[in-house]
Design a protein around this ligand. Structure first.
Ligand code: SF4
Ligand code: SF4
Length: 328
């Protein structure tokens, strides 16, 4: 069995659903230009970190000296228990994005990636270096995943796999090991095609995610306007949420899945089959009064292993108040 196949088999044993390999060269000009224009036009809102490390973000070789390959991995997180766990509780509740109902995936996936790098080291005869990336490293991970054959980037700006949909945690291992690369599903991903549009032909004439977005954050030109995105505003934005968007948030307490769930590729996607990552059904809908009565210590304890802790208690209470006002 070849090295690439052994790596993919081990990744599958570790619970990843999809694995692809690409080289460590910079992402193509089309993706690079799209990112540069998106930043220039101010659609990253207050995400100033997106403006920093642009060269690293577009070029994995800048993150690891002598990098040769990038192993791109995906873990399907479609919840198993949506129907039976969303109850018609009498008290007002706020919705939490599906990914945040799991334990913090950064920690879980980092552990699995370390296991994978240890395995690769054990089956190679030469010294190999790795850089593990799970969201916290500047890297154009969707463009790389697309080039590694994991799927295509849809109008909802997510990586879409035709079998798994777009509820996928993405992660990467940059390595000095030279591996045979996989072919992208969309041939344009490999070309330096500067005229490529932001949206892949995988969407065909579909527009469901754009129509489903309650705030118009998904623009007709295929770009995301973060200033209007509920996901960004409820998780990363720390100031007062603009009135016009707040009124359209409904009871979204933390994040928003609307454009993901509207996608036809998501509809028949299988549920998460990885039993090692902890899922908390009770977090799918949380009592808004409960959030408003939490103190700092309770918040830290209750959400210690959750991505929800990243937003902080003040922002979560701000969101809860908006949800309550929208439910009146
Ligand atoms: S996450 Fe919600 S608000 Fe943001 S683009 Fe998708 S549907 Fe629109
Ligand atoms: S909902 Fe339609 S347009 Fe949006 S990402 Fe899915 S296939 Fe593409």
């Amino acid at each position: 069995m070849g090295l690439e196949k052994k790596i993919k088999q081990k990744a599958s044993e570790l619970g990843f659903d999809i694995v692809g390999i690409t080289d460590a060269s910079a992402i193509g000009a089309a993706h690079r230009n799209l990112l540069a224009d998106w930043l220039k036009d101010g659609f990253a809102a207050n995400m100033n970190y997106m403006h920093r490390n642009f060269e690293k973000r577009i070029n994995p070789a800048k993150l690891l000296e002598n990098a040769e390959s990038v192993i791109c991995l995906g873990l399907n997180y479609k919840p198993k228990s949506r129907k039976q766990n969303i109850t018609d509780k009498k008290e007002p509740t706020g919705k939490v994005a599906d990914y945040a109902c799991y334990e913090d995936y950064h920690n879980f996936i980092k552990g699995q990636l370390r296991n994978l790098t240890e395995f690769i080291t054990s089956i190679t005869s030469q010294p190999v270096k790795f850089k593990i990336c799970v969201d916290s490293v500047p890297l154009a991970e969707r463009a790389l995943a697309e080039r590694a054959g994991l799927g295509f980037i849809g109008k909802n700006r997510m990586l879409i796999n035709s079998q798994l949909g777009s509820q996928i945690f993405l992660a990467e291992i940059i390595t000095t090991l030279k591996l045979k690369k996989d072919k992208p599903i969309m041939p344009d991903s490999e070309k330096n095609n500067e005229s490529r549009k932001p949206v892949e032909p995988g969407c065909l004439n579909c527009n469901r995610c754009v129509d489903a977005c309650p705030t118009g954050a998904l623009r007709p030109d295929g770009r995301l306007d973060a200033e209007k995105c509920i996901s960004y505003l409820t998780i990363e934005y720390k100031k007062q949420i603009p009135y016009e968007v707040a009124g359209k948030m409904g009871n979204r307490l933390f994040g928003c899945d609307r454009c993901l769930l509207a996608c036809p590729y998501q509809k028949n996607a299988p549920c998460c089959k990885n039993d090692r990552i902890k899922f908390y059904p009770d977090r799918m809908e949380i009592s808004l009064q409960h959030i408003l009565t939490l103190n700092d210590a309770d918040f830290k304890t209750e959400f210690a292993d959750s991505p929800i802790k990243r937003t902080g208690l003040d922002a979560l209470k701000r969101n809860a108040k908006i949800c309550l006002s929208n439910l009146k």
